[in-house]
Design a protein around this ligand. Sequence first.
Ligand SMILES: Cc1cc2nc3c(=O)[nH]c(=O)nc-3n(C[C@H](O)[C@H](O)[C@H](O)COP(=O)(O)O)c2cc1C
Length: 186
Amino acid sequence: MKLAIVYGSPTPPGKLARALDLAEAAVRERHPGWSTERIAPRTSVGPVVATWDDEAVERIGAADAVVLASPVYRGSITGTLKLLIDMLPNEALRSKPTGVLTVAAAPQHFLSAERHLRDVLAWFGALTAPNSAFFVDTAFRTPDVDPAVLAELAEFTDQLVTLAESLGGRGFGPDPLTVRFSASRA
Ligand SMILES: Cc1cc2nc3c(=O)[nH]c(=O)nc-3n(C[C@H](O)[C@H](O)[C@H](O)COP(=O)(O)O)c2cc1C
């Protein structure tokens, strides 16, 4: 089974990339039946924006579970990640186990991007994982990462694996509002 890990930063590699390296390592170590795919923006368009190609959309659609990862920018997700989200059709995430992982400079911003992403994931009818992962960026400043951070990353990915395996591809109704609204206008 496949876990797609979306890297929502326009400035690789950075602290978020380090967090994702460790999350991927946790999946490799604990879930031999799973593979991970990092999905990153393709083209930089300046210091705070990068764009995606259509392949990113296809890879998310084909995954069994998804991590949406973003640094906190201005109290929210990056515009770069929102560009990708706006390219995704509803079925790419509908009923799909999806986890939120964010990093920020300020611990006070721990819910800021998460709560915005949860709203957006409701549009898709995604199966948003109950527990998100948040880290202050200094957690990844040195090669030695606190074991508590590693444990949190492992638990975070375990939850997505468990949800996807328990679900076996099952979907849920009722249709998300966008599907009902589109049908009523057809
Ligand atoms: C444009 C911009 C806006 C940011 N806004 C916030 C913010 O609102 N709150 C916060 O805690 N950190 C903010 N940060 C800090 C980043 O979230 C933090 O440095 C993070 O580690 C960046 O990810 P990266 O290291 O993977 O590039 C901002 C950084 C940038 C570049």
